[in-house]
Ligand binder design. Structure first.
Ligand SMILES: Cc1cc2nc3c(=O)[nH]c(=O)nc-3n(C[C@H](O)[C@H](O)[C@H](O)COP(=O)(O)OP(=O)(O)OC[C@H]3O[C@@H](n4cnc5c(N)ncnc54)[C@H](O)[C@@H]3O)c2cc1C
Ligand code: FES
Length: 246
């Protein structure tokens, strides 16, 4: 179930040179699970921009986005008090009703935001949660402290070794001998694939495919799974490790 509505920007601040956190006020009742996303309409642009919900409560939602092109650059210039048209409640999100006593959450770059509310829920449910965050370099790292403040064990990997383990998230998992009985991940495709090879446990992976409509109407995001074709925007963005056809 998704809904179109107007939201007011409360804050829009840089976390790093190119990553921004935007807090919006409005109706959040359609957001049902961590890992769902919103689709942002921007003046003068035909296609909406899909952005994961990082966190939400009864009146506000938080988005974290990286400026990569014209649309996100336009978002970065918006000021508190301005309004945005969003489709909310999109996608399936992560399932937490799985047998995961010691979950491992793995995020790469802008794949990190949807793991935040997930970690909050898992920790609130009493599950000791470990988070591995992967970035290119120390200057790009964000939200490590926020995950620690939730009570998660946090490990950082940077490709150039300027913070945490040198290399990719899989290097941090190996170097710190991180064990889990279930994992959740979001990040670039090569990271998701390497993770599935490196971690024996079952898990759920969120895919940030290019999208058209974002709500299941155009078939532009269809991918093949063991159980037939699925639309990443509707039956995803979260797929189980077991169903993925690489
Ligand atoms: C389910 C989902 C969740 C996402 N969550 C986040 C998030 O939390 N934070 C974040 O920074 N980014 C996220 N992305 C990626 C984000 O949608 C793109 O970076 C953004 O749309 C780029 O827009 P642009 O106009 O700046 O770039 P441009 O390259 O100018 O965009 C041109 C077109 O391509 C599409 N596009 C470009 N890159 C992507 C991409 N990687 N994925 C999907 N569509 C793309 C745009 O929507 C637009 O229609 C997510 C993508 C998906 C599919
Ligand atoms: S983007 Fe249109 S069906 Fe998924």
């Amino acid at each position: 179930m998704y809904k179109q509505d107007i939201y007011e920007i409360r804050s829009n601040e840089p976390l790093t040179a190119s990553v921004f956190r935007m807090v919006l006020a409005g109706d959040t009742q359609w957001i049902a699970a961590p890992g769902q996303f919103v689709n942002v309409a921007l003046a003068g642009r035909y296609l909406r921009r899909p952005i994961s919900v990082c966190d939400w409560d009864g009146r506000t939602l938080t988005l974290i986005y990286k400026v990569v092109g014209d649309g996100t650059e336009q978002m970065s210039r918006m000021r508190p008090g301005e309004r945005l048209d969003l489709l909310t409640g999109l996608g399936n999100g992560f399932r937490t009703d799985v047998p995961a006593e010691r979950p491992l959450l793995v995020g790469g770059g802008v794949g990190v935001p949807p793991l935040y509310n997930l970690a909050k829920r898992l920790i609130a449910a009493g599950r000791p949660t470990t988070v591995v965050l992967g970035f290119n370099t120390a200057a790009e790292v964000f939200y490590a402290e926020e995950f620690r403040a939730l009570g998660a064990g946090v490990f950082v990997a940077t490709a150039d070794g300027t913070m945490g383990t040198v290399g990719f998230v899989t290097a941090a998992i190996e170097a710190n001998d991180l064990r889990c009985d279930y994992f959740y991940a979001c990040g670039p495709l090569p990271m998701l694939r390497a993770l599935c090879d490196a971690v024996a446990a079952d898990g759920q992976l969120s895919f940030e495919e290019r999208m058209g409509c974002g709500f299941g109407g155009c078939m532009g995001c269809t991918c093949k799974t063991k159980y037939g074709n699925k639309r990443i925007c509707k039956e995803g963005p979260v797929l189980t490790k077991e169903e993925i056809v690489w």
